[in-house]
Each structure stands twice: as C-alpha cells, then as structure tokens.
Write a protein that binds this ligand. Structure first.
Ligand code: DAH
Length: 338
C-alpha cells in the first residue's frame, strides 16, 4: 500500500512536469511547499503520530520535500534557458556591430611625445610649472628689467591679483633650480600666453619646450650639439640648422635657431624655431638669493637654456599651414593625424 505522502509526491512531480510556464511552477511550489502547502501540512500532523509511525513518516516527508524541490528547480532552469533562446532568436549575430569611434592623439601631443623621446635619450628629465605664475618667476628672476615691454599690461594677461599667464616656459628654469642643486638637465613642455594679434602663425595660447642644462664646464658647443642632434632626429638627417646671434635678458650670449630641409614642404626656406643661449650669471645669482645658498655659483657652474616653439615644430613636422587649426577641434583636421 502506498502512503498518502508518496501519492502526494507523485502527483506533485507529475504536475511539475506538465507545468506550462514559470508562473505555473510558482503556484505549484506554494501549493505543495508553501507555509500552508499540502506537503508542509504533514509536518504539523507529525506531532499526533505514534512513536513507531514518526520515523517512517518523517523519512517520507523528507524524501517528498527534497524530490519536489529538486524537480521545481530543474523545471525552472529549463524555462529560463528556453526564454534565453527565445530572446536571442530575433537577433542576427552575423550582422556587423556598431563601430566605436576610436580617438587619436592630437598632432601637438604626437610631436611632443617624439620630442620627449629624443631628449630622454640625451638624459633630460621632465619638469613642470604652473601656467598662472608671478611676475618674479616670469621676469625678475630671469634678469628681465622692470621696463621690459612684456611687463606692460597691454602685452601680457594679468590677473586681478597681479599674477599673470606665463609669457614663456622659462619660469620652469627658476622653479627647477630652486628645488635642486646642479647638475640639472631638464625639459619643460607646456603652454605660454601672449596678447598677440591672432593670425596663421600667432595665437594667444601657444606651446613651448623649455630646456635647461647646468653643470661644470657646460659650453656653447654643448648647446649647439644638443639642439642640432635633436632637430635632425626629429625632422630628418637632411635638416640644416643655423644659429643666429640674438638677445634675451636671461642668456649671454643669446642665439636664435633656424632650420631648413629639402625633405620638408617648406623646402628652401629657413624657419625660425627656437631661442637659446648660455644662462646669464645674474639668473644664477637671483636663484641663489632665493635659495639662501651658493648652490649655483656662477664661478663654478655654467649652463645653457632653450625655448623651442612646439606649435611651430608640429607645423613643420606635419606640414600644417595655420596655428589656429590646433585649437579649433575640427574633426576633418584632427582625423588626418589619427
Ligand atoms: N623664453 C624665450 C621666448 O619665449 C625663449 C628662450 C630664449 C628660452 C632663450 C630660453 C632661452 O630658455 O635661453 O621667446
């Protein structure tokens, strides 16, 4: 004779097999195993059973619960799998996907990365300074007198508190020397600002790579060799480099550097790229004063410095006709360098 619990189990398993969907399964779960479900009801009845019956019914009850729970779970899993297949049925996985727009580095960044790579090989480290700086860093410490035209309100962007947007990256020379004794060999790429009339070769914001090398016995020959090597590495071995005497307050002697190369679109034309020179002893003295020591003793140390026009370099390297293109974010322009 079969026990009513066994019958109950068998009818539960049959109904589960025949269930049409997940809702039907849930109804069966509640009906058999829920708080007042028919299998659960047997736990209540256990109390009234005799000592002999208890273990027998207890075992049957456990078996029924385990079997029905397992059947419910596997039927539910089956339904879930079917739903997934149905959901995918309308998707053609052989269709091409939606392509993502892949970004690319800005031509100025590409040029800078190449430049940094070349200077790194010559042992230059990277240095940085703020775009907003004081007159002292921008001018006084760089031996630039109070009556210099760049210090005129009309020529530079001043903030109400008297600070300014640096007119060149040479400010980083001073910050670097304040922070470390010689020898120093750094480059400092960054933005600079001037109240220039904006045209194809001038922009209110432009970029420079500043360089500074201070040690014992650094000479003008080192400066020329370094810049010549750099420019030939960057622009090609055919590049001719010309040094012209010039004037900067913070260097003596001072030079400007031009390049010319048949390999470049500009062809036979000399292009001005860079200001440079031997660090003026007055700059070392001002640094010493602010450091409160004699670390940069002008009798012992010499140095060279340079300021390369980054925008100009990128324009030459990539044959870009107008400096304004760098900041206009026109995708037709930018995509050409992707
Ligand atoms: N700061 C100068 C400028 O913006 C460029 C320059 C000239 C930088 C000579 C230097 C230097 O470091 O030694 O025009």
């Amino acid at each position: 004779m079969t026990h009513p619990l066994e019958e109950l189990r068998e009818s539960a398993l049959r109904e589960i097999r025949e269930a049409k969907d997940e809702q039907a399964l849930e109804a069966l779960r509640v009906g058999y195993l829920g708080k007042s479900g028919s299998i659960s009801g047997w736990s209540e009845q256990m109390r009234g059973l005799s000592k002999e019956e208890k273990p027998v019914v207890g075992k049957l009850l456990n078996e029924a619960r385990t079997a029905v729970t397992a059947a419910l779970e596997s039927a539910a899993a089956e339904f879930r799998a079917q739903n997934e297949v149905a959901a995918l049925a309308n998707i053609d996985i052989t269709l091409p996907g939606t392509p993502h727009e892949i970004g690319a580095l800005h031509p100025l960044t590409q040029m800078l990365n190449r430049a940094i790579g070349i200077f790194r090989r010559m042992g230059f480290a990277l240095a940085t300074g703020p775009d907003v700086d004081t007159e002292w860093y921008c001018f006084d410490a760089l031996n630039t007198p109070a009556d210099h035209p760049a210090r005129n309100e009309q020529d530079t962007f001043f903030l109400p508190d008297g600070r300014l947007l640096r007119t060149h990256t040479s400010t980083v020379q001073i910050r670097t020397m304040q922070n470390q004794p010689p020898p120093v060999r750094v480059i400092a790429p960054g933005a600079a600002y001037r109240r220039d009339e904006v045209d194809a070769t001038h922009s209110a914001q432009f970029h420079q790579i500043e360089g500074l090398y201070v040690d014992e016995k650094v000479s003008l020959a080192d400066l020329k060799g370094t810049l010549e090597f750099f420019l030939k590495e960057l622009l090609g071995a055919e590049t001719q480099v010309r040094f012209r005497p010039h004037f900067f307050p913070f260097t003596e002697p001072s030079l400007e550097v031009d390049v010319k190369s048949k390999a470049l679109k500009s062809g036979e034309k000399w292009l001005e790229l860079c200001g440079c020179g031997m660090v003026h002893p007055a700059v070392f003295e001002e640094v010493n004063k602010s450091r409160g020591d004699l670390a940069y003793d002008p009798e012992k140390y010499t140095g060279f410095a340079f300021g390369l026009g980054m925008d100009r370099l990128a324009m030459i390297l990539f044959d870009i006709p107008d400096i304004r293109l760098f900041a206009q974010n026109d995708l037709r322009f930018l995509r050409q360098f992707a």
